[in-house]
Structure formats: structure tokens, C-alpha cells
Design a binder for this molecule. Structure first.
Ligand code: C2E
Ligand code: MG
Ligand code: MG
Ligand code: MG
Length: 290
């Protein structure tokens, strides 16, 4: 008897807590711009060209600076945003903010690309294209510097729609990236139809590439195929130098992960960026991470 009631009350508390957070999410995304600007913030993680060590892009990753709960990671609140049909409001905010904050960033004389994650509902939303046009015009970002990341699962939710939107984005010069590649079940035939420019190898591959020769072979074959299709390959979740070196040997183009930097708030990121030398200017330096 007693055990069951304790379990029940804990479950109750969890359900109540989730309901409270859902209410907070609703208020946050239906309230005015000011509250959104204060609480929905972006952290940025660099992407480095493996061969040269140059920083070539950043991924914008959303966080919620909750007034009582502190900084919340996306996995805590994205589900609640989606359930309440508020993803589009969040996406518009994130796109605007990412373009505004990152438009001026460059390394070694070249402007950085800015990657933003899109959920299935955002990709399918009829307002996506006008929103992207508006955000690019207002933020002064060349379309080619914007990368929209979608997962295989997102693409497969409505493949025809995804294909149409992808083509419309590409006509504008905006880039499309296939995120978490290898975790889904998409058919390669479908992916060849998709006008993507980038493939992000899922962290699960990155984590195993050193220890498992089979994984290294799969990565090598995937990279070769991606290159044949004209896609650049970014490895996510790179945490150590040995892994980066092995990935470079397998012809992976770019590296992203804690090895280089955790995702950082914009001011910290610009400081990190300013402290990085231009690899071409470092006499005798190997393009390796410290
Ligand atoms: P993702 O797009 O695959 O982003 C990579 C995640 O891996 C990020 O988690 C990042 O902090 C984490 N990460 C980066 N480097 C390393 C590493 O070296 N080791 C490990 N263990 N992890 C690393 P985060 O920021 O918690 O984001 C989780 C997911 O939430 C993202 O996965 C993305 O799917 C989603 N997300 C983030 N921001 C947005 C957004 O603005 N809109 C939408 N719709 N989804 C977003
Ligand atoms: Mg991503
Ligand atoms: Mg990813
Ligand atoms: Mg991932």
C-alpha cells in the first residue's frame, strides 16, 4: 500500500511540474518580444575546417533562461513547444536572433556560416519561406551563409513537402543540412533527390570511430558517397584530438564538438573567436587543436 501511494504522489508531482512548465512555455511564446528576447537565448558552437583549422561556421543552439529554473536545454522544453503548436513562433525568434547576432562574425577574413535547426512542423509551415526571406533581408546576411539543419526523421514526416521546400530554399541560395545522419532510416535514393549541401554525421558515429574499425569503414564509405553527391561532411560531437585526426583521415570536411568549444553565449563566443589565430598566419604551425 504505502509504496504505491509514494510512487503515485511522485508521479503526480512530475505531471504537475510538466503542466506548470507547459504553461510557462505558452506564456513565454505568446507574450511580447521583450520577454522572448530576454529568456529565449542562443548559444553558438563553432565548426572547423579539418584540413586548415579555420573556423568556417557556427551552429545556433537554443536555451531558455527560465526566471526560476535557470538555463534550460532544448530537450527539456522543445517537446512542450511542439505539443502546444508554438514551434513556429520559436523558430521565427531563433532565426531572427541567429542572423542578427552572427551576421558580423568572420574568421581569417571570411564570414562565418550560421546554422539553425528546424523541426518538422517548421519545415512544413507555409510561412517558412517568407520568414526566411524577411529575416535575411533584415539581418543583412547573404543567403549562402544561412544553413538550415533538418533531421532525416523531419524529412520523412512529409517527404514531398520537404522536397518542395528544400528546392525553394536552394533557389534562394540558402543551404540545407541533413542533421544527425545515420540515426534514421531514410533511403539514400530519397537523399539524392534532395538539394542538400551538407551532411552531419551523428555523434554516435563520431564516438565510436576510434574504437571500432567497422564504424570507421562505414564513415569512410558515407563520406565518399556524400562527396560524390556534392555534400560536405561535418562530424558532430568531436571531443578529442585523436578522433579529429581519424576523421580527417577518413576525409571528413569539418569538425564540431567540445574539443573545439562548448556552445557559448554570443559574447563568450566572439571572445573565443577573437583569440583564435588565423592558421595561415601561424608560421610552421600544424592545423591541430590544443
Ligand atoms: P543537434 O542539432 O544535433 O545539436 C548538437 C547537440 O550536441 C547540442 O545539444 C550540442 O550542445 C551537443 N554537443 C555538441 N558538441 C558535443 C560534444 O562534443 N559532445 C557531446 N556529448 N555533445 C555535444 P543541445 O544544445 O542540447 O541541443 C540538442 C538538440 O536540440 C539539437 O541537436 C537540436 O536537435 C535541438 N535544437 C537545438 N536548438 C534548436 C532550435 O533552435 N530549434 C529546434 N527546432 N531544435 C533545436
Ligand atoms: Mg543540429
Ligand atoms: Mg546534430
Ligand atoms: Mg545529434
Amino acid at each position: 500500500g504505502g509504496g504505491v501511494s509514494v510512487y503515485d504522489s511522485e508521479l503526480d508531482a512530475q505531471v504537475r511540474d510538466r503542466a506548470r512548465l507547459a504553461t510557462d512555455v505558452r506564456e513565454l511564446l505568446t507574450a511580447g518580444e521583450q520577454r522572448r528576447d530576454r529568456e529565449v537565448v542562443l548559444h553558438y558552437q563553432p565548426q572547423l575546417d579539418v584540413a586548415s583549422g579555420r573556423v568556417v561556421g557556427v551552429e545556433a543552439l537554443v536555451r531558455w533562461q527560465h526566471p526560476e529554473r535557470g538555463l534550460l536545454p532544448p530537450l527539456v522544453f522543445l517537446g512542450l513547444v511542439e505539443e502546444q503548436g508554438l514551434m513556429e513562433a520559436l523558430t521565427v525568434h531563433v532565426l531572427r536572433r541567429a542572423v542578427r547576432e552572427a551576421a558580423g562574425w568572420s574568421h581569417a577574413g571570411a564570414p562565418l556560416r550560421v546554422s539553425v535547426n528546424l523541426s518538422a512542423s517548421s519545415l512544413a509551415h507555409p510561412d517558412l519561406l517568407p520568414v526566411v526571406d524577411g529575416v535575411l533581408a533584415a539581418g543583412g546576411l547573404a543567403p549562402g551563409r544561412l544553413v538550415l539543419e533538418v533531421t532525416e526523421t523531419t524529412l520523412m514526416a512529409d517527404p514531398d513537402r520537404a522536397l518542395a521546400v528544400a528546392r525553394a530554399l536552394t533557389r534562394r541560395g540558402v543551404q540545407l543540412s541533413i542533421d544527425d545522419y545515420g540515426t534514421g532510416y531514410s533511403s539514400l535514393a530519397y537523399l539524392t533527390d534532395l538539394p542538400a549541401t551538407e551532411l552531419k554525421l551523428d555523434r554516435a558515429f563520431t564516438a565510436r570511430v576510434l574504437a571500432e574499425p567497422r564504424t570507421a569503414q562505414i564513415v569512410e564509405a558515407t563520406v565518399a558517397l556524400a562527396h560524390r553527391l556534392g555534400l560536405r561532411v561535418v562530424a558532430e560531437g568531436v571531443e578529442d584530438e585523436d578522433t579529429r585526426a581519424v576523421l580527417g583521415g577518413l576525409d571528413v570536411d569539418e569538425s564540431q564538438g567540445y574539443l573545439h568549444s562548448r556552445p557559448l553565449p554570443p559574447q563568450d563566443f566572439t571572445r573565443w573567436l577573437a583569440a583564435r589565430p588565423d592558421p595561415a598566419q601561424v608560421v610552421g604551425a600544424e592545423p591541430r587543436e590544443v
